[in-house]
Design a binder for this molecule. Structure first.
Ligand code: SF4
Ligand code: SF4
Length: 375
């Protein structure tokens, strides 16, 4: 195995191929606090890519309620049980990744879901941790909690689906870091299904091949954000490009959120894949649960996020989520206005940080019409 640098672990790790980072890496930030579990993203993806025969159970994008929701069933719990709890020492993960703990004959520690594990896509939906006494209302701060976790393929820097494929059918594109399955080469061995810890590769029993989220690459190639991003009702998502931490550029919105302000965290970094979807953690769930899920720095990320109203730059950048169909590789705040821009500085969109309030006259003289019911 090669030695590669995984900045999310704070150390080098063993991987099956030498480090070969793409020219650009597709990445995303999801603000968990804004997700309302409307599943519009799920349907946007489903109607675009997986409405065919053999794809009925496939949800390349899904949204589950944590702590009791999973798709497939117990996808994270099973692997966490196999891998053991993650103890971080000063930002470094000294434990084993799924590559370093692979059993003999396998390239990664993993398990393959059974058909029935895919039978309950909204198990645990809106179930909260803890109990609410009979007749009691919710209290603030909440003693009980749940949150919605929207998930797509992480287009990992060190994909275990790719590492485990005996046919070499899975590849990571140099131009954008998107991970794809070559349908012509795939023989349906499902090693990738077993090895992906996020369970984001799905087997199609009719074609006999594995399929996965393609990050809507035909849209990305045109500078547009994927379907699940532009249809997101809660405007929780931003797609873009991430740099290595030592090359972080504050003018790049993803770099700013992940590397500079450190307000967004990867999902289960201890697995060792360097996933490229980052989450602004929920502000109301217990530290220990979030620490296990998003690693060290989660508590600090929540502090930064809570302070957003006193932080003009971060507050402005948050206004760019969901405001354009285009990918915005650059951003800039000027006073109370924030701009999303192309790499060369061409303006894509301009958003006021404070929404202007317009009070309409009850009676519109020009059009001779009553604008509200109760003048
Ligand atoms: S999330 Fe899973 S399917 Fe996606 S690149 Fe990573 S290992 Fe592969
Ligand atoms: S569309 Fe957005 S708000 Fe709705 S479930 Fe998906 S991620 Fe959450």
């Amino acid at each position: 195995m090669a030695r590669v640098n995984n900045w999310q672990l704070g150390r080098e790790m063993a991987y099956w191929y030498p480090e070969n980072r793409p020219q650009k890496q597709f990445a995303a930030v999801f603000d968990i606090n804004k997700c309302i579990a409307c599943q519009t993203c799920t349907l946007a993806c489903k109607t675009t890519w997986t409405s065919g025969k053999g794809q009925e159970y496939m949800l390349w994008n899904n949204v589950e309620s944590k702590p009791y929701g999973f798709y497939p069933l117990a996808w994270d719990l099973k692997l966490l049980q196999m891998l053991g709890g993650a103890n971080w020492v000063k930002g470094v993960y000294p434990g084993q990744t799924i590559f370093e703990s692979a059993p003999a004959g396998k390239r990664a520690l993993g398990w393959r879901p059974e058909e029935r594990d895919y039978a309950y896509p909204n198990v645990g939906e809106d179930d909260c941790a803890g109990q609410i006494e009979n007749g009691a209302g919710l209290q603030v701060p909440h003693l009980t909690w749940f949150f919605y976790l929207a998930r797509i393929c992480n287009h990992c820097t060190y994909p275990s689906c790719l590492a485990s494929c005996p046919r070499g059918s899975i590849y990571k594109r140099q131009e954008d870091g998107i991970v794809l399955v070559d349908q012509g080469r795939c023989h349906g061995y499902q090693e990738c299904v077993q090895a992906c810890p996020y369970k984001k590769v799905f087997f199609n029993p009719l074609t006999g091949t594995s399929e996965k989220c393609i990050a809507c690459f035909p849209k990305i190639e045109k500078g547009l954000q994927p379907q699940c991003f532009v249809n997101c009702i809660g405007k929780i998502r931003m797609a873009g490009w991430i740099s290595a931490p030592d090359k972080a550029n504050p003018d790049n919105p993803i770099d700013y959120l992940v590397h500079i302000r450190k307000v967004a965290r990867p999902l289960f970094p201890q697995f060792g894949l360097e996933p490229n979807v980052y989450y602004i953690p929920p502000i109301h769930a217990p530290d220990s649960f979030l620490h296990q899920m998003f690693g060290p720095g989660t508590k600090e990320a929540i502090e930064v996020y809570r302070n957003t109203p006193n932080d003009p730059d971060l507050a402005a950048l948050m206004c760019l989520f969901g405001c354009s169909e285009k990918v915005m590789p650059r951003w800039k705040r000027t006073g109370d206005v924030v701009m999303g821009m192309e790499e060369d500085g061409t303006e894509i969109v301009r958003v006021p940080v404070r929404e202007p309030v317009h009070i309409r006259q009850a009676f519109d003289q020009k059009h001779q019409i009553a604008r509200i019911n109760c003048p």
